[in-house]
Design a protein around this ligand. Structure first.
Ligand code: GUN
Length: 280
């Protein structure tokens, strides 16, 4: 029977560890405060932002909420970020993505003080990650490393294959696995004979963005399969990028959707808020 990696349980454990750290900081007179900015009212973003604020309340991090209208100009958003950069009592700044089309996301990410970049999206955070210097690491890939470590899965020396090369997941994932001494291959939409490559993986991280695309034909016997995708199927049930029922009999460990990678992202955001206080 494969190991079902319980992201709900592991994320709860991490949030409890963060809660203790926040209390210890508070006892020393240091408050932790996260500013959360949402532009527009995309329903999925509203759910994510709501969950982030709930997690803040649970661990004892103060959250400031900025819900800006869809038609907010880039200038107005940059000016709010600038104001928050200048506030010593604000430790973290999170701008929920995606932003409306008229706003340049890269310019917004660059405007956040790297010391307050709790998403780990700023070029300085990404650069620090690449060369192994202290910094904040993007929440989802950082959460996947925690899932593997806390499930007793060794990374060093393993063949690790990442499907997807996004700035938020695929690229930082590859660098983190490399940092843990995995042998890493990154695949993408132009990869030739994808199955051939993914069947080499001891650890397969799937962030492809297509519901149930990864069937057992892509998976080596005994592989660990990490599913980053989240979709609603034709019956409105949540599913991942991996065809869970199909892959389950061949893998040695797998993350379910929901309850796998998803809850880790918010737990790591809480961790990053405390981390940014330490970096400050
Ligand atoms: N939108 C989807 N995922 C994320 C995330 O991790 N951070 C932010 N800021 N926006 C997102």
């Amino acid at each position: 029977m494969p190991q079902i990696i319980d992201g709900k349980q592991i994320s709860a454990q991490i949030k409890d560890e963060v809660k203790e750290k926040v209390a210890a900081l508070k006892a020393q007179g240091t408050m932790v405060c996260l500013a959360v900015i949402q532009v527009g009212a995309d329903p999925a973003s509203s759910v994510y932002v709501g969950n982030k604020k709930k997690a803040c309340a649970y661990v004892g991090i103060e959250s400031l909420s900025y819900e800006l209208p869809e038609e907010t100009s880039q200038e107005e958003l940059l000016s709010l970020i600038d104001e928050l950069n200048g506030k010593p009592e604000v430790n973290g700044i999170l701008v929920q993505l995606p932003l409306p089309g008229h706003i340049d996301e890269d310019a917004v990410i660059r405007a956040i003080d790297p010391k307050k970049d709790v998403d780990g999206f700023h070029p300085q955070s990404v650069g620090a990650l690449c060369i192994g210097q202290p910094g904040v690491v993007s929440c989802t890939p950082a959460g996947i490393i925690e899932l593997l470590k806390r499930s007793g899965i060794e990374i060093a020396g393993k063949e690790c294959v990442v499907i997807g090369r996004s700035n938020i997941v695929g690229k930082p994932m590859a660098i983190l696995l490399l940092r843990e001494n995995g042998t890493v291959t990154v695949t993408h939409s132009r990869t030739r004979d994808l199955k051939e490559v993914t069947r080499r993986a001891d650890i397969l991280v799937v962030a492809v963005g297509k519901p149930k695309m990864i069937t057992k034909e892509y998976v080596k016997d005994g592989a660990v399969v990490i599913d980053v995708g989240i979709h609603r199927n034709e019956n409105h049930k949540l599913c991942g990028d991996v065809d869970y029922e199909d892959v389950l009999p061949v893998c040695s460990a797998i993350t379910p959707v929901p309850g796998g990678v998803g809850p880790m992202t918010i737990a790591m955001l809480m961790y990053n808020c405390v981390r940014s206080v330490e970096l400050q």
